[in-house]
Each structure stands twice: as C-alpha cells, then as structure tokens.
Design a protein around this ligand. Structure first.
Ligand code: ZN
Ligand code: ZN
Length: 83
C-alpha cells in the first residue's frame, strides 16, 4: 500500500453519537441521551462508522461521525403511538 505524502488533519477520534463531538462536554448528559433514546446502526456505513467508498476523503462516516450509531426514535414508521 502506498503511503500518501500529504498529511491530513483529520481527527482519529470517533465522535460521540449523542453530541457529535469526540470529547463530550457533559458525558453524563450524553449517556442519558443514549439510554433514553433508541439508537440503531447508521444506514450510510452499516454501523461500521467508516466512510469507506462513500467518501474517499473522509475516514469516518459523515452521518454518524464515526460512531456507527444514529438516533432512530424519530423514524415515523417505527413509532407506535398509543391511542
Ligand atoms: Zn457526547
Ligand atoms: Zn455512519
């Protein structure tokens, strides 16, 4: 594998799925968000967190920022509303 000479300033830290940052400002709040909402595998990267062929310039998936998780509680088809 050829190693590229240019240095990319891309964070190798996976982002938190709750706040989208690699370092949580409030980890407790993020944990609460992750436990109170429904999360599923990111459709764009199939939960791997890597951009892969979707975006050759990025390391991690731009949809989930590398977490591989997305909030799916807002999906209307799966939302069962009790009458
Ligand atoms: Zn967070
Ligand atoms: Zn993704």
């Amino acid at each position: 594998m050829p190693s590229p000479a240019l240095t990319a300033r891309i964070s190798l830290q996976r982002a938190c799925p709750a706040c989208g940052h690699s370092r949580c400002a409030d980890p407790a709040e993020c944990l609460d968000s992750l436990t109170s909402h429904t999360w599923g595998n990111c459709d764009d990267c199939a939960g791997s967190g890597f951009a892969g062929e979707l975006d050759p310039l990025a390391i991690f998936c731009r949809v989930c920022s590398g977490s591989g998780r997305v909030e799916i509680s807002a999906r209307p088809a799966l939302t069962a509303v009790a009458a």
